[in-house]
Design a protein around this ligand. Structure first.
Ligand code: SF4
Ligand code: SF4
Length: 203
């Protein structure tokens, strides 16, 4: 007859040895827990390194990052809102971030909250609008990043060139929207792809 597991010699030996060995579990939260190096905890945006391109939202398999473009009477902004209560800590956002440091996985694992807002991670970036139709082109930091990456080649693109020159203070800030985009003098202005195509065909 087979004895119940509790009375088997093998089990009894292990149970007896366990009485005199250290526990397998950690003493968290009494003793702070240090995760292993490869641990993936909550991701965090870097205000300085994020360029507001929105790639992280595109690649997130849990669809937990919202890209909110807010344009109105004030400064137009792109707001990236990450919902940590939905995040599965997979690391895809960090992996595909073009700057590599715009969002980083941390080793934080014990984030708690009492309402959805407690689980939101946000970053805001200024938007650049088309000087003709007022449509959204990209975040200013994104255009600056492109100019830095392209170097001299950026001057092939009037929008990038004007963005760069305005940052340097060489030319005045953007003109009012609604002016005639087919005027030759308006070719060198900040335009969305649609207006650029229209003006390029007409000039
Ligand atoms: S720079 Fe990186 S973190 Fe910022 S929006 Fe783009 S992909 Fe996301
Ligand atoms: S870690 Fe994964 S699930 Fe979480 S925000 Fe990044 S891509 Fe989305």
């Amino acid at each position: 007859m087979k004895l119940p597991a509790l009375f088997q010699i093998r089990v009894l030996k292990k149970a007896f040895a366990a009485l005199f060995s250290r526990p397998y579990t950690t003493s968290f939260p009494r003793v702070p827990f240090e995760p292993i190096l490869q641990f993936r905890g909550r991701p965090r945006y870097s205000e300085a390194d994020c360029i507001g391109c929105g790639t992280c939202a595109e690649v997130c398999p849990a669809d937990c990052i919202d890209v909110q473009d807010v344009s109105g009477p004030g400064q137009p902004l792109r707001r990236l809102v990450q919902h940590l209560d939905v995040c599965i800590c997979c690391g895809q956002c960090e992996r595909y971030c073009p700057t590599k440091t715009g969002i980083r996985m941390t080793n934080e694992f014990d984030f708690v909250g009492f309402q959805p807002a407690d689980f939101e991670e946000k970053v805001e970036k200024e938007l650049v609008l088309c000087e003709h139709c007022g449509g959204i082109i990209a975040a200013r930091a994104h255009l600056q990043w492109l100019v830095a990456r392209l170097g001299q080649l950026a001057y092939d693109n009037p929008t990038l060139m004007m963005t760069s020159l305005r940052e340097l203070g060489v030319v005045a800030p953007g003109l009012k929207t609604g002016v005639n985009i087919f005027h030759r003098g308006r070719h060198l202005s900040v335009q969305c792809p649609r207006c650029r195509r229209q003006s390029a065909l007409q000039v």
